[in-house]
Design a protein around this ligand. Structure first.
Ligand SMILES: *[C@@H]1O[C@H](CO)[C@@H](O)[C@H](O)[C@H]1NC(C)=O
Length: 608
């Protein structure tokens, strides 16, 4: 009876395959990976372990995409971008390879994210908007210059000088402020992106124009009368501005607006579940977006009251060093990273060997984040982080827990976090032993940013700053946003310590770093902080006997090393130049009247 048997075996196979496929399809991606790498791990494994394994795989996959020839780089470009590379791509490739840059097309994703909407704006309009902006640099005949002596402009000028000889003429509007400048409504961006999509195609090689137009900017008496003036908004309640960058059905747009910040904020929230798994950040990029996290409106200074707000709903070409996920500013490497100031880098001490460091976490900083006041400081991220690491405030919180009195601006560890015995027995004592975290100035918004204020005096006493060089003698370096991104991040990555990063800001380098491989990601509510500390530091005795569980010291060392090695390969000043050159070639194309047919097709025309 072979014949009837055959189809039934076959059918069984098909059904099994179908069910298996369905299972993988229905499981969230991280589950699928955990499923694939094995359930053999046993019940005692820490939930951070699979995140680190996934990161290893993600990084290996990224590296495997690196290209070794110009033709391969151009092919990778066309595949990922849907257009020909811009004119000058061959020079860019030469510039990059002469500097030993690793070429993985994904590394430049941010550029395309930032510039794509501008393909929906007429080129002449973009050029005019740039010319009307106060702070500018201009490039003419391969030379960059500026009329501005603002220190950031001067640093950006030096950065662009490294690539000026390869650039077409252009004017660049630069943001002189900490805070980003554009928040175009989601609906408008959607329109721009749809228009941009209509221009996206691989043009016939014969029709491609391979040099930039030169006449566009030669109009000294240019008439700007058809450009309506840009409207700048100054509403200090930035959440009301920020959320318009989110989709209409997103929690940020739907949630009630918080206006009373004069009480303990709500820390635990189901919104973080979207980017977390078993209590830890599983999708770092998503964790830095705020559209699914409306509770952040009461947990971050930038949403509550930034120092200054000057934002527009118009899409104009302003370049800046960092932005929130939904701002439309065009990112350049931040001036701080180019200038390599000692206070942000602490260069030599950054190489302190792991074994000679303290097994502890250190953080010092000014209570920035915005303008904190008596009735809003509880909503500021640095105040929150400092408070939850203050042994005194923790002891008060533990005592008050009996009476259900909430701590002023943080939450005690959630049950889901497997803390070491030492921490369970004595949380304030464990924190005192494993961390050294405090504010250096309270930056009181009502008194010209004075170092201490009445309203925070019961909670915080400002302490002395610690030089970067000394901070690097500790193994773990939490990094918390200030008024905008944290300028010490690059110094942390380049060091032999582990950065523990919580941020809402996007930067030029995001696509080249892998969370849990090069740094440890932390949720913006900091609820995972206790678990992260427990995982790496254990009982906090540096492995000494009788002090509770040992931490995963070698795992921490591995992340510190991987971050340092990778930063030395892809976060050098050379890499910033390579990024800026790619960005400005693309910008030069998108502002060119012939942009739709401009391209580099040298690989398709000539034989290689
Ligand atoms: C992480 O979230 C982003 C959205 O920000 C999404 O596009 C991406 O697929 C997610 N990654 C994973 C591994 O789930």
């Amino acid at each position: 009876m072979r014949l009837p048997g055959r189809p039934s075996t076959f059918r069984r196979y098909i059904v099994a395959a179908f069910l298996l496929t369905l299972t993988f399809y229905l499981l969230p991606k991280s589950d699928t990976i955990a499923f694939l790498v094995g359930r053999k791990q046993g019940a005692n494994k820490h939930p951070i372990d699979p995140l680190i394994r996934t990161a290893e795989n993600e990084f290996a996959a990224k590296l495997s995409k690196s290209t070794q020839t110009l033709a391969a780089a151009a092919a990778a470009y066309r595949k990922r971008r849907g257009r020909h590379p811009p004119p000058g791509f061959d020079k860019w490739y030469e510039f990059a390879t002469e500097r030993d840059a690793i070429i993985v097309e994904d590394f430049w994703d941010q550029i395309y994210h930032d510039l794509e909407p501008f393909w929906g704006v007429p080129p002449a309009r973009i050029r005019k908007d740039a010319l009307k902006f106060d702070m500018r640099v201009q490039i003419r005949n391969g030379k960059v210059s500026t009329g501005s002596d603002w220190w950031w402009t001067q640093i950006w000028l030096k950065m662009i000088q490294t690539v000026e000889h390869l650039l077409p003429d252009m004017d660049l509007a630069l943001n002189p402020m900490d805070e980003p400048r554009m928040m175009v409504p989601w609906e408008d961006i959607d329109e721009y992106i749809k228009k941009a999509a209509n221009t996206k195609r691989i043009v016939n090689v014969e029709s491609v124009v391979s040099s930039f137009s030169t006449q566009m900017l030669e109009a000294p008496q240019e008439d700007h009368s058809d450009v309506p003036p840009v409207q700048w908004e100054h509403d200090k309640h930035y959440w009301l501005i920020a959320r318009r960058g989110c989709p209409p059905d997103s929690p940020a747009r739907q949630a009630e607006v918080i206006t009373d910040f004069d009480k303990p904020p709500s820390i635990a929230s189901p919104f973080s579940l979207t980017h977390m798994k078993d209590g830890y950040v599983a999708n770092y990029t998503l964790s830095t977006d705020f559209c699914h996290q409306p509770d952040l409106q009461g947990l971050e200074g930038i949403f509550v009251e930034p120092i200054s707000v000057s934002t527009t709903a118009s899409l104009i070409p302003v370049f800046g060093g960092s932005k929130l996920s939904r701002n439309n500013d065009i990112l350049l490497p931040a001036p701080i990273y180019w200038s390599e100031e000692e206070r942000f880098f602490g260069t030599e001490a950054a190489a302190t060997p792991w074994a000679s460091k303290h097994t502890s976490a250190i953080w010092r900083g000014v209570a920035t984040g915005g303008r904190n006041r008596e009735n809003n400081w509880r909503a500021f991220q640095r105040h929150r982080f400092a408070a939850m690491n203050s042994p005194r405030l923790l002891a008060q919180a533990v005592a008050a827990a009996q009476t259900e009195q909430p701590p002023p601006n943080f939450a005690l560890p959630d049950k889901q976090y497997p803390l070491p015995a030492a921490a369970r027995a004595d949380l304030p004592g464990w924190i005192a032993k494993t961390t050294d975290i405090a504010l250096t100035e309270l930056a009181c918004g009502n008194t010209g940013f004075s170092p201490s204020c009445d309203y925070t005096a019961p909670y915080f006493t400002p302490v002395k700053g610690v030089p970067m060089a000394t901070q690097f003698t500790h193994k773990y370096l939490p990094d918390i946003d200030g008024n905008s991104f944290s300028g010490r991040y690059l110094g942390f990555l380049r060091s032999t310590s582990v950065p523990i990063k919580a941020t809402l800001f996007r930067e030029w380098h995001d696509a080249r770093l892998v969370a849990w491989k090069h740094f440890v990601p932390m949720d913006g509510r900091f609820g995972d902080w206790w678990g992260i500390l427990g995982y790496f530091l254990g009982g906090g005795g540096g492995g000494e006997k009788g002090r509770g569980e040992e931490g995963r010291d070698s795992v921490g060392e591995g992340i510190a090393e991987a971050g340092r090695e990778w930063a030395a390969k892809v976060l050098r000043k050379e890499d910033m130049s390579v990024y800026v050159l790619r960005l400005l070639l693309e910008y030069g194309r998108v502002i060119d009247d012939k942009r739709e047919v401009l391209g580099w097709v040298g690989d398709l025309r000539d034989e290689f």
